[in-house]
Design a protein around this ligand. Structure first.
Ligand code: PEP
Ligand code: MN
Length: 376
């Protein structure tokens, strides 16, 4: 059972719901806070046997917005049929929700201070405030470049700060790396923010997921597992949320199958609307790791643009893309990196696709479900 309080409900109201819930043997109340656009929304989750708890006990309270009985699955991240469930969160001055598209373009792997500087400066030139920078790289072969690790964190963070970049998506493969990130942020005076990324290879590393969930501070970007079902990936996300960190973006990045050839992975962006219906997570698409190569097709656009566009047209609200000033020198995933001249083009392309999507939603043309029969 989930008792949702109205935005900015007083603390006493939350406490009252918790106390009432505690009166029922076998029921444990758990408080979750969501950072909605209209203010903080508190949900009290009643875990355990709630059969004897009457809805009316909470439904009539002035501070309560609604009471729902939920299935065990996706307890925190699930939408549970609520069209108006809070989606997204704010972090370090940026909003991650469905009201727009955040472009998160950057280096797959940090290599030199010069390349980081070039990337940050290109971003700031276009007013972009989010990037990706891999310091810890989970590589398939132990002989491949494993990332510069903590050594690069101070200069990466300082460069971001100088260029007004506020959020860096950075993968962690081990809980100790989070401590290194916290230490480097503190040492450099928090010039930027970090979104902890869980890569596809760690999608079911439950101890890492729990550790990421327990640190209450940094938001999390979780990639879909490359060889597991969507349901299994969402259960993995629930591990993070259940530990107390609901500020999560879920990222589709393609699934492993030779049927995706010649792409690196089979692009799975048709799952964007599925995720938006089942969960309240903002959805990210990663066309770089899906398509896996930089090829321009006869219409003049890279395949990566086309894949990104498919995600945005389906309502994705974040796009993660690999760039590199000199892809031949990249130490990881160079073949899929876009060069800098594509950054303004990608911004313009995504803006137009998003406008197209918003135009469709706002249009008079009867595309919405209530009118669907008119179309058929
Ligand atoms: C990455 O984004 O750098 C990465 C390794 O992606 P994935 O986990 O999707 O392979
Ligand atoms: Mn990569």
């Amino acid at each position: 059972m989930i008792v949702t309080l109205k935005a900015n409900a007083p603390l006493e109201a939350v406490e009252f719901v918790v106390e009432q819930a505690k009166r029922f043997p076998g029921v444990t109340p758990r408080v979750h806070r969501f950072d909605g656009q209209g203010g903080c929304v508190v949900e009290v989750h009643l875990i355990g046997d709630t059969q004897k708890v009457p809805d009316a006990l909470f439904a009539g309270l002035p501070a309560v917005r609604r009471v729902v009985r939920v299935s065990h699955k996706y307890r925190v991240i699930g939408r549970h049929g609520r069209g108006d469930a809070e989606v997204g969160f704010s972090y370090n001055g940026l909003r991650f929700d469905e009201s727009g598209v955040v472009l998160c373009a950057g280096l797959c792997a940090v290599d030199t201070p010069e390349h980081v500087e070039q990337m940050m400066s290109a971003l700031s030139g276009l007013g972009l405030t989010c990037t990706r920078m891999g310091a810890y790289k989970p590589r398939t072969s132990p002989y491949d470049f494993q990332g510069l690790g903590r050594e690069c964190l101070p200069w990466v963070f300082e460069s971001a700060g100088r260029h007004g970049v506020r959020v860096i998506a950075m993968e962690v493969c081990d809980a100790r790396q989070m401590d290194e990130i916290f230490a480097a942020l503190e040492m450099t005076g928090n010039p930027t923010g970090v979104m902890l990324q869980i890569g596809t290879r760690n999608a079911q590393n439950f101890e890492l997921l729990k550790a990421v969930g327990q640190q209450g501070e940094l938001p999390v970007l979780i990639k879909r597992g490359m060889g597991i079902t969507l349901e299994e990936s969402l259960n993995a996300v629930e591990y993070v949320a259940a530990e107390g960190q609901p500020n999560i973006v879920f990222c589709l990045r393609g699934v492993k199958s030779h049927l995706g050839d010649p792409h690196r992975n089979l692009v799975d962006f048709a799952h964007v609307p599925v995720l938006r219906a089942q969960t309240r997570l903002p959805v990210c698409v990663d066309p770089s790791h899906s398509v896996g190569r930089m090829r321009v097709v006869p219409d003049g656009l890279p395949e990566i643009f086309h894949a990104a566009g498919q995600g945005v047209l389906a309502g994705a609200s974040m796009v993660l893309v690999d760039f590199h000033p000199d892809p031949h020198k990249a130490l990881c995933d160079g073949p899929q990196a876009l060069t800098m001249e594509y950054l303004p083009r990608l911004v313009e392309y995504l803006r137009r696709v998003r406008d197209c999507y918003e135009g469709i939603l706002a249009s008079e043309v009867p595309l919405r479900p209530e009118n669907r029969r008119d179309l058929l």
